[in-house]
Ligand binder design. Structure first.
Ligand code: AP5
Length: 224
């Protein structure tokens, strides 16, 4: 079977994590979300977490050299031999180049970059209403995807929390950082013929159906 080496690209709150949960089930891929990896490192108080915390709290990107090695190790691991789903990486042109440099000696290449597109106003509404299970990372929204019992996870009942960087001022700064440093990747991957665009303003199920159909077609094409 052909590899599926995928990137989820989009502004904060585009629904990357929401779609990743579904795609991991569909395609049985290892999932590497740099935001989750960094938040876990902060919670555990590791050296990586100590380096990352102040940047994350401000809504800035952590420096490329801090994050590149973290992903390099994972895509070269046995579990990622048949593919991977990256969320939140790459986020700068420097990171995109580092990823290509890491894949080349392994004789591998990206299959597609899934760009989930939503406007800034939607982002602010989504992130200010987001609630997260701090143990599993499962994501809800007070209005668009509420839990069955207010404030508690549907599956294990854990009390849901708001992420530290989901305060309105920090959200606005994260959006500026996205437009400035990450959006140029859209053009970068479009020029390489890897970009697939999705209307992220649709419902989570509609976005999912569209991505799944696109990936099924890509997989067929790879096998021809
Ligand atoms: P990270 O955790 O990656 O945050 P992000 O990219 O800002 O993305 P989010 O997790 O906020 O949003 P999402 O797109 O996953 O949306 P979600 O599915 O949750 O990064 C955090 C920080 O870590 C960065 O600021 C940076 O400091 C650092 N960092 C991480 N990677 C880095 C890197 N490579 N380099 C440097 N620094 C790095 O959905 C959001 C909400 O909307 C939810 O409530 C959900 O229920 C709802 N929702 C989802 N889809 C829909 C829909 N279709 N309709 C309505 N509501 C929806």
């Amino acid at each position: 079977m052909s590899e599926l080496n995928l990137i989820l690209l989009g502004p904060p709150g585009a629904g990357k994590g929401t779609q990743a949960e579904r795609l991991v089930e569909d395609f049985d891929l290892p999932y590497y979300a740099t935001g989750d990896i960094l938040r876990a490192a902060v919670a555990e108080g590791t050296e990586l977490g100590r380096k990352a915390k102040e940047y994350m709290d401000r809504g800035d990107l952590v420096p490329d050299e801090v994050i590149v090695g973290v992903i390099g190790e994972r895509i070269d691991s046995p579990e990622a031999l048949d593919g991977f789903l990256l969320d939140g990486f790459p986020r700068t042109l420097g990171q995109a180049e580092a990823l290509e440099d890491a894949l080349r000696p392994l004789g591998r290449r990206l299959t597609a970059v899934l760009s989930i597109e939503v406007g800034d106003e939607d982002v602010v509404r989504r992130l200010s209403g987001r609630r997260v299970n701090p143990k599993t990372g499962r994501v809800y929204h007070v209005e668009f995807d509420p839990p069955k019992v207010e404030g508690h996870d549907d599956i294990d009942g854990t009390k849901l929390v708001q992420r530290d960087d989901d305060r309105e001022e920090t959200i606005k700064h994260r959006l500026e950082v996205f437009h400035d440093q990450t959006e140029p990747l859209v053009e970068h991957y479009e020029a390489k013929g890897l970009l697939r665009r999705f209307d992220g303003s649709r419902s989570p199920d509609e976005v999912h159906a569209h991505i799944r159909a696109t990936l099924a077609t890509l997989r067929l094409e790879e096998q021809l």
